[in-house]
Design a protein around this ligand. Sequence first.
Ligand SMILES: *[C@@H]1O[C@H](CO)[C@@H](O)[C@H](O)[C@H]1NC(C)=O
Length: 184
Amino acid sequence: MPDQYKKKKKGPKPRGVSNRNKGIQWIRKNAKSGVLYFADDDNTYDLQLFDEIRYTKRVSMFPVGLITKLGVSSPIVKNGIFSGFYDGWMAGRKFPVDMAGFAISVKFLLKRPKALMPFKPGFEEDGFLKSLEPFEPQDIELLASNCTKILVWHTQTKKNEPSQALDFAKYNNTNLVMLKQILV
Ligand SMILES: *[C@@H]1O[C@H](CO)[C@@H](O)[C@H](O)[C@H]1NC(C)=O
């Protein structure tokens, strides 16, 4: 973390930005193909995830379990089509997703030389995904069986409240109904 952020006395700090940007820089210098994914030591993975993200052509997304009071963060999918985001902290973000919830094709990244993660606490994912323009939510490739499966979790050793109830009237006919069935 650069000193200017370390010295900040109030509010959250932009953690894990320098290292991810270094990783992006390394990929720009050394890779021509493949897929970039921001793994972390507090995530738990189903190996199926890696079998799925390897086919990413642009940016793929998928549900992340155990995030916020909702119990999951995911694209909303209706009849196989992206129709919004479900996340406990929308905060006016264009891409309200978790760091573990997306993967990017290296070829796609290399065509966007300015793409970087901003030092903006809470808005790292959103800022990075926005910096991939031209790229819109409609361009997202939906994995994990139309986002009905959870292949990655944010794991913490603590007691969780049960996940918040789903508004079935609002989300009827979406992937969230199936996701809700696998949440406790
Ligand atoms: C996603 O949903 C669409 C529409 O129902 C369906 O055609 C497609 O086979 C589904 N894809 C997967 C991977 O389940």
